[in-house]
Design a protein around this ligand. Sequence first.
Ligand code: SF4
Ligand code: SF4
Length: 189
Amino acid sequence: MATATLHLPAGAITVDAAFREEVARLSGQPLELCFQCQKCASGCYPTQEGDYTPNEIMRLVQYGARDAVLGSRTIWLCTSCETCGLRCPNGIRIAEVMDTLKQMAAARGIAPAGETGPLFHNLFLSEIRAAGRVHETMLMLKYKLKTGNLFADMKLGWQLFRRGKLPLVPRLKKDPAVRRIFERAGGQE
Ligand code: SF4
Ligand code: SF4
């Protein structure tokens, strides 16, 4: 694997040109078209709490900064709202890139310290894989048990329950198409 060291104001990072090609292939996005206009970052609220803005993630991917990107909090804060993709003048769907990066980080067991996004991501996918769709109540229970954070958000949970957003009985929908999606995705890892 060809690597080099790039010196940025934040410090030296290892770059790997194969990373950019990998992300482009898995996400299906024309990453090379990003020219840093920052329109994506200007509409993105969740990742303002992260370590990089979406355009910085795009630039780091172009550089091939594998470790910096896969170890970033920003990718886990992305809610896939697609606001950035709608604004991008080059038609790059940044949410697809973020999803790809999450999956690459999860497959390698990379998780920033204190960030529970990877845990939620894995629980969510295992629910879909097992039952074809998410049983919200079970997902929340598993997440709470794993994080040990049992009593936070109790008020919000009660409000969701009262509005029927946390059903007790799962609505299972075993669909062969879901199994095929996982088989195809597994083949790309
Ligand atoms: S899809 Fe992700 S990166 Fe894009 S605006 Fe929404 S949260 Fe931000
Ligand atoms: S909006 Fe598109 S071209 Fe502009 S910085 Fe973001 S990804 Fe790059």
